[in-house]
Write a protein that binds this ligand. Structure first.
Ligand SMILES: Cc1cc2nc3c(=O)[nH]c(=O)nc-3n(C[C@H](O)[C@H](O)[C@H](O)COP(=O)(O)OP(=O)(O)OC[C@H]3O[C@@H](n4cnc5c(N)ncnc54)[C@H](O)[C@@H]3O)c2cc1C
Ligand code: FES
Length: 264
C-alpha cells in the first residue's frame, strides 16, 4: 500500500453519469490484485480530508484506471478534473478476489452498475473463462459489455426497465443458469460486486445451492486503512462472530461468513 500524489492521464465520460479516470502511478500499478481499491483524495474538493473509495478497474503499463458514477459532491468535482491535474491516492488497498485457477470451478461473475469495475481485472487475469451476469436499472447502467466479450467471456445482460437484455434483476438469469440441467457447466463459483441487496440475494443463492461465493461488500468508508471502524460488518468467527473491517479484511468476503441478519 502506497500513499502518492498521482497525475490524471485522462478523465472521460463513459455513458450518462459514468466516467473513466486513468492515473499514472508506476509504483502502484504493478502491485494491484483483482478486487482491490484505491482511496482517493480529490484535492480541489473543499472537504478534501475525506477520501472516496473506488475499485481498481484496469491496469495498463504504469497506469491504472477507475470507472466511477457521479453520485454526490466528491464524484461531481472529480468529473470536472482534467488531464495533468493531480489527485492523492492510497492504493492498492483491501483483500481482493481469489483468481480462479485453470481447470477449477467455472466462475460466474455477477455485477450491478459500477460493480462491473471490480470485475474486469478478475476476468482478465482468470485463466478459466466463465459467464458475466450484469444488471442495471437502464441501458446506460450496463458498463463495458464489449470489453468483457473481447476477453472471451459470455455476457448476460438484464435491465430493470427492459431497455437492454432481459427485463428484471440480475439474479434471474443467474438462477436460471444454476438450475439449468442442460448447462455444460458442472461446478460453479460465484463472484459478485454491486449494491447490498444484490449481494445479499447472491449470497442467499450461494447458500441455497451450496456454491462457493466471494462478495465484494459496498460499505461507507472513512480512513480506508483499518483505524476508524466505520466500515465494519458482522462475520462468522468459529462458533461465534465478530465485526471485521471491509477496508482491510475485505472488501471481498466469503459469502458463507457474512451474517446478513445482524448487518446494519
Ligand atoms: C470498496 C468500494 C469500492 C467502490 N468502487 C466504486 C467504483 O468502482 N465506482 C464507483 O462509482 N463507486 C464506487 N464506490 C462507491 C463510491 O465510493 C461512492 O460513490 C463515492 O464515495 C461517493 O462520493 P461522493 O462525494 O460523490 O458522494 P457523497 O456526497 O459522499 O454521497 C452521495 C451519495 O452516495 C452515497 N454513497 C457514498 N458512499 C457510498 C458507497 N460506498 N456505496 C454506496 N453509496 C455510497 C451516499 O450515501 C449518498 O447517497 C465504491 C465504494 C466502496 C466501499
Ligand atoms: S474505513 Fe476506517 S476502518 Fe475501514
Amino acid at each position: 500500500m502506497l500513499e502518492q500524489t498521482v497525475t490524471i492521464v485522462a478523465n472521460e465520460r463513459d455513458t450518462d453519469q459514468y466516467f473513466r479516470l486513468v492515473l499514472r502511478a508506476p509504483q502502484i500499478a504493478p502491485r494491484i490484485q483483482p478486487g482491490q481499491f484505491a482511496h482517493v483524495r480529490i484535492l480541489p474538493l473543499k472537504e478534501a480530508l475525506l477520501r472516496r473509495p473506488f475499485s481498481i478497474f484496469q491496469v495498463a503499463g504504469d497506469t491504472f484506471s477507475i470507472l466511477y458514477k457521479t453520485v454526490g459532491k466528491g464524484t461531481d468535482v472529480l468529473s470536472r478534473m482534467r488531464a495533468g491535474e493531480e489527485l492523492s491516492v492510497i492504493a492498492p488497498l483491501g483483500h481482493g478476489f481469489t483468481v480462479p485457477p485453470s481447470g477449477g470451478e467455472t466462475p460466474l461473475l455477477v455485477a450491478g452498475g459500477y460493480g462491473m469495475a471490480a470485475m474486469f481485472l478478475l476476468a482478465q487475469r482468470s485463466p478459466q473463462k466463465g459467464i458475466v451476469f450484469v444488471g442495471g436499472r437502464r441501458r446506460v447502467d450496463i458498463l463495458c459489455e464489449q470489453e468483457f466479450a473481447a476477453l472471451g467471456w459470455e455476457i448476460r445482460v438484464t435491465t430493470e426497465d427492459g431497455s437492454h437484455g432481459e427485463k428484471g434483476l440480475v439474479t434471474q438469469p443467474l438462477l436460471a443458469e444454476i438450475r439449468n440441467p442442460k448447462s455444460e457447466i458442472r461446478n460453479h463459483k460465484l463472484f459478485a460486486c454491486g449494491p447490498t441487496p444484490m449481494l445479499k440475494a447472491v449470497g442467499k443463492l450461494a447458500e441455497e445451492f451450496n456454491l462457493p461465493a466471494e462478495l465484494s461488500m459496498d460499505e461507507h468508508m472513512c480512513c480506508g486503512v483499518g483505524t476508524c471502524l466505520t466500515c465494519v460488518i458482522p462475520v462468522k468467527a468459529g462458533a461465534a462472530w465478530e465485526y471485521q473491517r471491509t477496508c482491510t479484511e475485505g472488501p471481498v468476503f466469503d459469502a458463507r461468513d457474512i451474517l446478513w441478519e445482524i448487518s446494519k
